[in-house]
Design a protein around this ligand. Structure first.
Ligand code: MN
Length: 289
């Protein structure tokens, strides 16, 4: 099991200086993996990232949220094609960096929709993801679809809805990505959805209810980690936190990061690394009972 941190804990920019800071500090905080947001894949230096990751002996994954210009649920075929091309490039970047996972809101735009998803929009996204899953499989990359709250997509907001969408895609190289921040808003509890998703859980984000320090909000982490142990989850577990102290224009504004919940990335990250590993160690002991 790889324990990771989202790069936006450390940097909002991904040119050489930002990337170096994020990778070195993720390693220093004790994590095994860094998740890099690919909001601008065309300008991302994949070979530099690959070298820095090797030098720091750190695993990598990548994530993104699509935009209105790349929305796979769009009624405009040109927009869907642009989204598919962008995700193909992201798959290539993950492979070039030596990673095996691409996750996030890669099935619709990450935005507040003002109407429900249409049947044709849903079908368009499922078909595109089926093609992308095949291409990703050839590249050794696995896709996970992040279940987010109602203000960030209209396609699916719960784990069980995600299972229905996976069935529509019908490809084994796609799994569910659960995030405790979103689950805390939409799910009935933090345990049952993990059991429901079970072997189709492929990626996990650990976020507090306000996206700040773990343990300082209302997320029921005890139940969530018990769920992971119950289904023998062995995939990545990645800490995600955002503050106005570290700003990436595209992502921070879309997620509504308006206030400063922390300003010491190193302390926040070291704390999260301990918190996650302590929770996992505690639930591991349940098997002895
Ligand atoms: Mn997330």
């Amino acid at each position: 099991m790889l324990i990771g941190a989202h790069a936006l804990v450390f940097t909002g920019s991904f040119e050489q200086a930002g990337l170096t800071t994020a990778i070195e500090k993720t390693k220093q905080a004790g994590f095994d993996l860094i998740e890099i947001p690919l909001m601008d894949p065309a300008n991302f230096d994949r070979m530099l990232a690959a070298r820095l990751l090797r030098d720091n002996d750190l695993a990598v994954s990548a994530s993104l949220g699509l935009s209105e210009a790349t929305d796979l649920t769009s009624g405009d075929p040109a927009v869907v094609a642009a989204g598919e091309r962008m995700l193909e490039e992201c798959i290539d970047i993950v492979q070039a960096m030596g990673g095996t996972r691409l996750c996030g809101v890669i099935y619709s735009a990450m935005k507040k929709y003002m109407e429900p998803v249409t049947a044709s929009g849903r079908a368009s996204s499922a078909a595109a993801l089926g093609r992308l899953a095949s291409r990703a499989e050839d590249a050794g990359v696995h896709l996970s679809l992040e279940v987010v709250n109602r203000y960030e997509t209209n396609v699916m907001n719960t784990g069980r809805q995600a299972l229905g969408f996976l069935d529509e895609i019908g490809h084994s190289n796609v799994s569910v990505h659960l995030d405790t921040y979103h689950m805390n808003i939409e799910e009935s509890d933090l345990y049952t959805p993990v059991l429901d998703v079970d072997t189709r859980l492929g990626y996990v984000h650990i976020g507090e209810s306000h996206r700040g320090y773990l343990g300082s909000g209302t997320v029921d982490f005890g139940s969530f980690f018990r769920g992971l142990a119950r289904v023998s989850y062995d995939g990545p577990v990645v800490f995600e936190s955002f503050s106005s102290a570290v700003v990436n224009q595209d992502l921070s504004r879309m997620l509504g990061i308006w206030r400063n919940l922390w300003d010491d990335s190193d302390d926040l990250a070291a704390h999260a690394n301990r918190f996650i590993r302590d929770q996992l160690r505690a639930v591991e002991s349940i098997s002895l009972h």
